[in-house]
Design a protein around this ligand. Structure first.
Ligand SMILES: Nc1ncnc2c1ncn2[C@@H]1O[C@H](COP(=O)(O)OP(=O)(O)O)[C@@H](O)[C@H]1O
Ligand SMILES: [Mg+2]
Length: 296
């Protein structure tokens, strides 16, 4: 007999197969996360988005730090609707897209995707079709998650192709990043995504290298999970200033050290080869895996 999880999966697969025939393009989905809070994920996500848009990429940021309205505060813009409205079937994804600077669009998470686990078939159908629209209007989707080892954060990481883990040199931030990787490694289902690490708030590159090596060695040695070094971002008081002004640092301080570091990381990410298999990549692939995980 088919249980609820099976029927969810069947429905998802049927839907995606239909959608795939039409779509040739899929967005690149990058999840930005951390073990500990307050390490700079949201500022990183936002300014990386701006950097991508300078490379003529169309970017959508999904604010998935549910409960904390981060992106909108940094942009100084208040969205009317959020992701929960789409899940409830009350709004289309177009209605919850808010325009930010530089052509960037963002979606506020609202109360989150918790509702995804007990959603009706009709709602799920609606949600998938709606969300697939993001593949058509964006090249890159950045998901800014909350910190820590919550079920929803782990599901996001599991569902994404690429995950960027942000840490600072603080020992608590490092051990929490390691714990996050460990938890994902120990989860039963799904693949282990490709982990990239950014060390934020460093004094200098030497400190960045040292911290990266520490995490990377531990992850390889004890977990068998190799990491990739995306680079380092210095502590920069101009970033703090930009946050106070509710403006992205890369826009109001184009020559500051923070901006330079983001430019470098953005270039590295632009050079990474991207999976073009529309069944597996893009927001469709992402939501498909997400539903499989929640449903399972
Ligand atoms: N590179 C940096 N230099 C200086 N301050 C930083 C830097 N990165 C983050 N911060 C500080 O940390 C605060 C929290 O950053 P935020 O991006 O909101 O973190 P998270 O999303 O991980 O909770 C910022 O408001 C800023 O004051
Ligand atoms: Mg945040």
């Amino acid at each position: 007999m088919m249980d609820q999880a099976d029927s969810l999966r069947n429905l998802v697969n049927k839907n995606f197969n239909n959608a795939n025939k039409k779509a040739e393009l899929s967005s690149r989905v990058i999840t930005v996360t951390s073990g500990k809070g307050g390490v700079g994920k949201t500022n990183f996500s936002l300014n990386l988005a701006i950097q991508f848009s300078k490379f003529n990429k169309r970017v959508v940021i999904i604010d998935a730090d549910f409960g904390l309205a981060n992106i909108e505060v940094l942009f100084g813009i208040l969205p009317k609707y959020n992701l929960a409205d789409v899940l409830r079937g009350e709004k289309d994804v177009e209605d919850v897209l808010t325009d930010g600077p530089m052509g960037i669009k963002f979606i506020s998470g609202g109360s989150g995707l918790k509702e995804l686990s007990n959603i009706s078939e009709k709602q799920l159908n609606y949600f998938i079709n709606n969300f697939s629209y993001l593949d058509a209007i964006s090249d890159i989707i950045i998901i800014d998650t909350g910190a820590g080892i919550s079920k929803s954060v782990i599901n996001f990481i599991k569902a994404s192709d690429e995950t960027i883990i942000v840490t600072t040199p603080e020992p608590t931030s490092i051990t929490d990043a390691y714990a996050l990787i460990k938890t994902i490694k120990e989860e039963r289902y799904g693949n282990i995504p490709d982990f990239k690490v950014v060390v934020n708030r460093v004094d200098d590159d030497e400190e960045g290298i040292e911290i990266y090596n520490k995490i990377s060695r531990a992850s390889s040695k004890f977990l068998g999970v190799p990491l990739q070094n995306l680079g380092y971002i210095p502590y920069d008081r101009f970033l703090v200033k930009a946050v106070k002004h509710q403006q992205p640092a890369t826009m109001c301080f184009p020559n500051c050290e923070f901006t330079k570091a983001i430019e470098k990381i953005g270039s590295i990410l632009m050079d990474v080869p991207v999976n073009k298999d529309t069944d597996k990549s893009g927001i469709r692939g992402f939501v498909k895996r997400l539903v499989n995980i929640f449903g399972g």
